[in-house]
Design a protein. Structure first.
Length: 154
């Protein structure tokens, strides 16, 4: 291959690489923006649920106005229960660990690690990730992270 053609081949290769990087960057930004707009956090439950009801059931504005306080009130109750259950699980775990021998504590931690892996696998198959669901503990596993803040009174 002549020197001029080698240079041209490299130039084309670099150009294709740069074009792919730029296109990928724009696509990533668009996907990230969409995910942020849709909201995946726990605070988006009530608005997303209302959207699904409104679109799926073709709710009238009057029905939406009547349902919104019900959905909001229920969400507050669910947050309170979640906070209480995480705290209860954490307290129970401390008591359980306090009664175990050193060998049992090691076995207990292994059991908990296996449970966390099963939880990750199950959530992965659903297309969801525990980290997207806040700090909800896996069933039978230790509570993860700090409990969410208690909802504001009133």
């Amino acid at each position: 291959m002549k020197k001029g053609r080698t240079w041209m081949a490299w130039l084309v290769l670099v150009g294709v690489f740069l074009a792919g990087g730029v296109a990928g960057g724009f696509i990533s930004l668009r996907v990230a923006k969409t995910m942020i707009e849709r909201g995946r956090g726990p605070d988006r439950f009530a608005p997303r649920f209302m959207e699904r009801l409104t679109e799926g059931l073709d709710l009238t504005p009057e029905q939406q106005a009547q349902l919104k306080p019900i959905v909001d009130r229920t969400w507050v109750v669910l947050r309170e229960q979640r906070h209480a259950s995480i705290t209860a699980m954490r307290d129970m775990e401390k008591e359980v660990i306090g009664l175990l021998t050193p060998e049992q504590k090691i076995a207990y931690e292994e059991m908990q690690a296996a449970q966390r892996e099963r939880w990750k696998d199950m959530m992965g198959k659903r297309g969801d990730r525990p980290s997207k669901r806040g700090d909800m503990p896996p069933p039978g596993g230790p509570p993860m992270g700090e409990p969410p803040p208690a909802p504001p009174e009133g």
